[in-house]
Write a protein that binds this ligand. Structure first.
Ligand code: ME8
Length: 516
């Protein structure tokens, strides 16, 4: 039986500035989804990268007095550094200025042209440089400041130039039929409804090339034009798995299982991208998931507003797994969420330091003291022991269901419900009192608790890889027995196994002393 393949991607970020918490959020969430499927036995390919062309990059570079390539090199390195700092398990990092990507973008362009979907005309209309998006006049409005804005609240400018067009209007019915037949294609539902109503309202042909700047991929056969940045950007998902060199199979990873993106770019992924693929005769991805935005205490972060939070300093200040846990647990994936110092401290102190950390620390130090530092003897399990162990196994089933729909917060909630119950179990069984009255029962309770921690730690790996590994080390769980297939009884802790000295895994956040 061959291993099931799973292909997951993030959006590729514009390296016109340094990465911010929104980028970190998307990468962390996608990493958790990728790790989850790997632990569940799939052959996962996880792609992320940078989107380096377009007028926004061109203009930013000009302002800074450097070339777009210099700007891209500088910031792409920052995005790569962020991926490492966040412990992202991406298999590849694509930069759209790479040669392999030129080949892929020109190949898809040629396929669309061969299908009769590309023609030359001239474009006159509104363009948002910040969104790198064309908008219909009816989607824009002039505000009190006299400036015209697009639907995402970014300024638009009038553009008039010779341009190639893609016959998007030909795809309206096919797209609607596709959404209808594939109700899971766009998630969450709000995003799906927005897209269906946008396509229902009519699609105009899309301008897909520019001539007023040259920072882009040349249009095959007409080098005066560079491709519209979104044509090349979307194609990164194919480049990453070897298009066009690998042939139709694309290493068995196409169609992609899910493109994880922010809600602001759903239209590009759920309308333009499937239309391009239909035109080029390539299968469509299975799902596009538009997550929400992370706000700094309710305010939208952006480079131009200047309230960007640096992900590197957050990691340094709160700890990586604390940050990962907070973002994934606190914000229902798909909705907008808020970040604040109080929220991260409260959430991580309560759930990680108090609940999970203390459960592990208390049970393991009792074991160290009373069981000679070995896995305690497992006597006959009582119904309450079986109940907590069963709850852990059920959390895995719940997590699997939740993760199929990218409901990361639900998966995590099911695991932490086990932690809360295990704390009640531990307190209720009072193993410290059993030490004198019934030492055998004490050992069974400690075994059950440690075994529950083992199950929980395996399930926590997608979200907090490093801390979960530390917990599993404390339980002497071998590296090859940390898959989801090992959550159940078959890989349970063996009584008598020697354990390392217990150590705290989740330190409590303490406010730095105020300086006088
Ligand atoms: O859109 N909270 O790049 P980008 C959550 N290059 N997510 C956020 C966010 C926030 N505050 N701010 C941005 C682009 N994002 C294109 C993508 S894909 C073929 C091309 C998300 O650097 C945003 O929604 O502006 C997007 O998914 C990703 O970060 C990169 O944003």
């Amino acid at each position: 039986m061959s291993t099931e393949r799973y292909y997951i991607t993030t959006a590729i970020s514009y390296p016109n500035g340094r990465p911010h918490i929104g980028h970190a959020y998307e990468l962390i969430a996608t990493d958790a989804l990728a790790r989850f499927q790997r632990l569940d036995g799939k052959d996962v390919y996880f792609l992320t990268g940078t989107d380096e062309h377009g007028i926004k990059m061109f203009q930013t570079a000009r302002k800074e007095g450097i070339t777009p390539r210099e700007l891209a090199d500088r910031n792409a390195a920052e995005f790569q550094r962020m991926a490492a700092a966040l412990n992202s398990s991406n298999n590849d990092f694509i930069r759209t200025s790479e040669e392999r990507h030129y080949r892929a973008s020109q190949a898809i362009w040629k396929a669309m042209a061969a299908n009769g979907d590309i023609y030359k005309d001239s474009y006159a209309g509104w363009y948002s440089v910040r969104d790198e998006a064309y908008y219909g006049e009816d989607e824009t409005e002039v505000r009190e400041d006299g400036v015209r804005y697009g639907p995402q609240g970014t300024p638009v400018e009038w553009v008039e130039e010779e341009s190639y067009f893609f016959r998007l209007s030909n795809y309206q019915d096919r797209l609607l039929k596709f959404y209808d037949e594939n109700p899971g294609f766009i998630g969450p539902n709000e995003r799906r409804n927005e897209i269906v109503s946008f396509v229902n309202s009519g699609l105009k042909d899309l301008s897909v090339s520019r001539t007023t700047f040259d920072w882009g991929i040349p249009v095959p056969g007409d080098e005066k034009h560079v491709m519209y940045v979104w044509v090349d950007a979307l194609t990164n998902y194919l480049t990453g798995i070897g298009y066009p060199d690998e042939g139709a199979d694309l290493r068995g990873f196409w169609p992609a299982d899910v493109h994880v993106i922010g809600k602001d770019i759903t239209r590009f992924h759920a309308v333009y991208w499937p239309a391009f693929l239909m035109s080029a005769g390539i299968e469509l991805p299975k799902r596009v998931f538009g997550h929400g935005f992370v706000f700094n205490r309710g305010e939208k972060m952006s480079k131009s507003v200047g309230n960007v939070i640096d992900p590197f300093s957050l990691v340094e200040h709160y700890g990586l797994d604390q940050l990962r846990y907070f973002l994934l647990r606190e914000v229902p994936f798909g909705q907008d969420g808020n970040y604040s110092h109080e929220a991260i401290v409260n959430r991580t102190n309560a759930d990680l330091a108090n609940d999970l950390g203390n459960l592990a620390q208390r049970s393991l130090s009792m074991i160290a003291k009373n069981c000679e530092g070995r896995v305690p003897a497992k006597g006959d399990l009582q119904p309450e022991d079986q109940a907590i162990l069963g709850m852990a196994t059920e959390a895995l089933a719940t997590s699997r269901k939740a993760m199929e729909n990218q409901a990361i917060h639900q998966a995590l909630a099911s695991v932490f419900a086990v932690v809360a119950e295990a704390n009640r179990y531990f307190a209720g069984q009072e193993p410290w009192a059993l030490r004198k009255t019934d030492p055998a029962r004490m050992e069974t309770v400690l075994w059950t608790t440690a075994e529950t921690v083992r199950r929980v730690a395996i399930m926590c790996q997608p979200y907090m890889p490093e801390s979960s590994a530390k917990l599993l080390d404390l339980l002497a769980v071998p590296a090859e027995a940390r898959r989801f297939a090992d959550v159940g009884d078959s890989a349970a802790l063996q009584s008598g196994q020697e354990l390392p000295a217990p150590q705290g895994v989740f330190p409590r956040y303490v406010e730095p002393a105020a300086t006088a």
